[in-house]
Design a protein around this ligand. Sequence first.
Ligand code: SF4
Ligand code: MG
Length: 325
Amino acid sequence: MSVLLKIQNLRTIINSPAGVVRAVDGVDLQIGRGEIVAVVGESGCGKSTMALSIMGLISSPDADVWADCLQLDGTELQTLSAEEKRRLRGRRISMVFQEPMSSLNPVLTVGEQVEEALLTHQRADKKTAGKKTIELLERVRIPSAAERLGDYPHQLSGGMQQRVMLAMALACEPDLLIADEPTTALDVTVQAQILQLLCELQNELGMAVLLITHDLGIVAEVANRVMVMYAGKLVEEAKVDSLFSRPLHPYTKGLLESRPELTGGQKRLHTISGAVADMWDLPTGCRFHPRCPQCMEHCQSQEPQVFVRGDATVRCWLYAQGVAP
Ligand code: SF4
Ligand code: MG
C-alpha cells in the first residue's frame, strides 16, 4: 500500500494566558492509500488539535504547528502558500466534524450548500453541478434526494445532516477524509448507519480515512490500524486485531477494560481511574504515570521511549529490554 500521508514529529503548541500547552507533542503518523486509521483517546488528549493541524486549520497567532515532515502524496504541506493549502483542502483532503449543525449554513438549503461545494472545488458549471448535487446526495443514501434539495438544515435529522456534511466532503473526491467524532452527536442506531455508510464510501471511492473517536467499539468495527493518544503523545500504534487481542500500553489496556458491555450499546467510555492529565500541568516522566497500575520508580522522572513489538509500537518503559513481560 503506497503512503498517502506521512507525518513526522508533529508538534502543536498553544500559548494561552494560562500557560503553554503542548497539545500535540511529537506525533508520527502514516496513512496508506485507502486505509482507515483510527485515533483514539479520551477528550482533551489532542486528537482534534492533531486533525486541525494536519488540515492547516490552526490559524491562531497563539498557536504554533511544526513537523519534521508533513507530506501528502510526497508534497510537503508546510511550504505551501495559504492559497495552495486552501485548494488542497478542497480537492484532496476533506474533513467532517462532530456537530453537523455547526458546520452547515442554516440559511442555505441543502442543495445550495452541496452545489456550492461542487462549484468551489470542481470548477463545475451550474448545470453539471446541479446534476452532481443529486448524485452526491444519493451517494450518501439520502432517500428521495432530488426532493430534499430545498430543505434547510434544521428540517433534517442529525443523521441526515451528517450525510449532507459527508456529501459536501466528498464533493472534491478527496484522497483523505478526516472524520472527527462523526457519530458522537447521534443516537446509537444512526451512529451505526453513518459508520456503515462511511465504510461503504471508503470502499467505493478508495479514499483513506483518519477517524478520530473516543469509542473503541467504532474502532473495532471500521479501522485497519489504531493509534492511541494520551496527553498529546501517541502511546501505542497497532493493527486493529492485535490492539484488541494483545494491547501493550497500560493506558490501552485500561481503555479496553473500561469499555461498556456490548449489550449496553455504544456508550461513552468510562474513564480510567484517576483524572485525565492536565495539559497545563503535565506530570513529569511518563504522562500516564499517576494513573498507571504498573508504574515503576523511573516512570515518574523519565519520559518513556518508543519500543517496537512485532508490528506494533508502544511508548512505555515496560517494553525496555529486560523489563518486558
Ligand atoms: Fe506505566 Fe511506566 Fe509504562 Fe508509563 S512508562 S505507562 S508509568 S509502566
Ligand atoms: Mg475532539
